[in-house]
Design a protein around this ligand. Structure first.
Ligand code: LLP
Length: 418
């Protein structure tokens, strides 16, 4: 189990210089806990791998959209990759200047496009001809020029879970590589469109980095074709997608990724935009939960905890693996358990078949939950969403309140007697 976030000292587990038990004593369970220095370390590692490349890192807001996390990235000069008006407004809470924001997604609505145009974002990553036409029309009505990249679907297999693979020609994302040039030529004729870049994102949790190389080669030849057609661009957006080690996956060093950028894209002399999410926050957060019951039978044992699939959906949705530590009891494991929540679905599990020892009230850490954890959580089974806590050296602070019952019903109660 490789984890830089949590370590044990005198039978207590720590994040940075905070005993995790103190966090649960103060804020209760379940909760998400993040380490500020770990996030900064991840970002610094990526920046240093890219030090010889003119680049901009646009943090993928969908991976963790907590305002305090966005603030860390903003303070360190990053931009943001957004996919909705809600994400844009979150970014605006941190920085009104959204000139480092790129807007991805196949279904941008009229209102979202208007908001992004009035915010003067860096670029729309256009995903269809209809979207291009819509953006041009709205920009004309507003009397502005829309800056765009076209998201190219390079038809490469990212070799990741099918739900999070986006660069195959059967996926809904981007413009097929064969049609991309024609769409650029179309865009070039539209009065309220300014072409500024090219974009591609092939999927998420990519552990074998070679699919990136295939994509970079294809993007590189398209950039050549654009140049031939006298279509000027300023940037090449290579998306996000670098995977992390959840279950002993071997991840190539970031230098290897940077070398591929250098080899295939540097010659074009454009700014390289990256949209990482998971790489920057995934290993910097955990889900802390408490054991409610132990339930044993002849053929299956369960640890029933107070967190559930609504808090961390990844295991239920993708069969994703998250390592687990019992923070209270480090005795030799005595049994294999499934760790499950209180939700009324068999799919409500956080981990399966883990060797552990556990008792009521033990604290369990579900590791590597900093990305796509809280941001995918819901109120299913009328469970209030849980709190989020940030550790910074020997301090820890709440960065999101636990929701209350009143929060759960506030949009309904007023309609009861109407
Ligand atoms: N850019 C675009 C256009 C994306 O669609 C995504 C992720 C990213 C960047 C960031 O990808 P990352 O660097 O985080 O891999 N819920 C799934 C992951 C969905 C990813 C969706 N798009 C999970 O929990 O594994």
């Amino acid at each position: 189990m490789s984890n830089d976030l949590v370590y044990s000292k005198n039978s207590n587990y720590y994040i940075e210089n905070v005993n995790i038990k103190e966090i649960s004593d103060k804020f209760g369970t379940p909760c998400y806990i993040y380490s500020k220095s770990n996030i900064i370390k991840q970002l610094t590692e990526l920046q240093s791998a890219l030090k010889d490349i003119n680049h901009l890192i646009c943090f993928a807001v969908k991976s963790n959209s907590n305002l305090s996390i966005l603030k860390i990235f903003n303070d360190l000069g990053c931009g943001f990759d957004i996919v909705s008006a809600g994400e844009l407004k979150r970014v605006q809470q941190i920085n009104n200047n959204t000139e480092k924001v790129v807007f991805s997604g196949v279904g941008k609505s009229f209102e979202e496009i208007q908001l992004a145009l009035s915010s003067n974002i860096l670029a729309f990553n256009v995903e269809s001809e209809d979207e291009l036409v819509r953006i041009n029309k709205i920009a004309k009505e507003m009397g502005v020029i829309a800056k765009i990249s076209i998201r190219v679907n390079p038809n490469v297999d990212a070799k990741t879970h099918p739900y999070i693979s986006t660069g195959l020609k059967d996926n809904k994302f981007g413009i097929n590589e064969e049609n991309a040039l024609a769409l650029y030529q179309h865009a070039n004729k539209l009065n309220n469109i300014k072409i500024t870049g090219i974009d591609c994102h092939i999927g998420s949790q990519i552990t074998d980095l070679s699919p990136f190389e295939d994509a970079f080669k294809k993007i590189s030849s398209l950039v050549d074709a654009l140049e031939k057609d006298n279509i000027k661009i300023d940037h090449i957006d290579i998306g996000g997608g670098i995977g992390i080690d959840y279950n002993n996956e071997v991840i190539s060093p970031l230098k290897y990724y940077a070398d591929m950028i250098t080899k295939h894209l540097k010659k074009h002399n454009k700014k390289i935009i990256l949209e990482p999410g998971r790489l920057l926050v995934g290993k910097s957060g955990l889900l802390l939960t408490k054991v409610e019951y132990i339930k044993k039978s002849n053929h299956k044992n369960f640890i029933i905890v107070d967190a559930a699939m609504n808090d961390l959906m990844r295991p239920a949705l993708y069969n994703a693996h998250h390592d687990v530590i019992n923070l209270t009891n480090q005795n030799e494991p005595n049994n294999k358990f499934d760790i499950v929540g209180p939700i009324c679905e068999t799919g409500d599990f956080l981990a399966e078949d883990r060797l552990l020892t556990a008792d009521e009230n033990d604290l369990i850490a579900i590791l590597d939950a900093g990305a796509y954890g809280f941001s995918m959580s819901s109120n299913y089974n009328s469970r209030p969403r849980i709190s989020e806590v940030m550790v910074n050296n020997d301090q820890f602070t709440l960065i999101r309140d636990r929701e209350s019952f009143e929060d759960l019903i506030k949009h309904e109660i007023k309609h009861l007697n109407t």
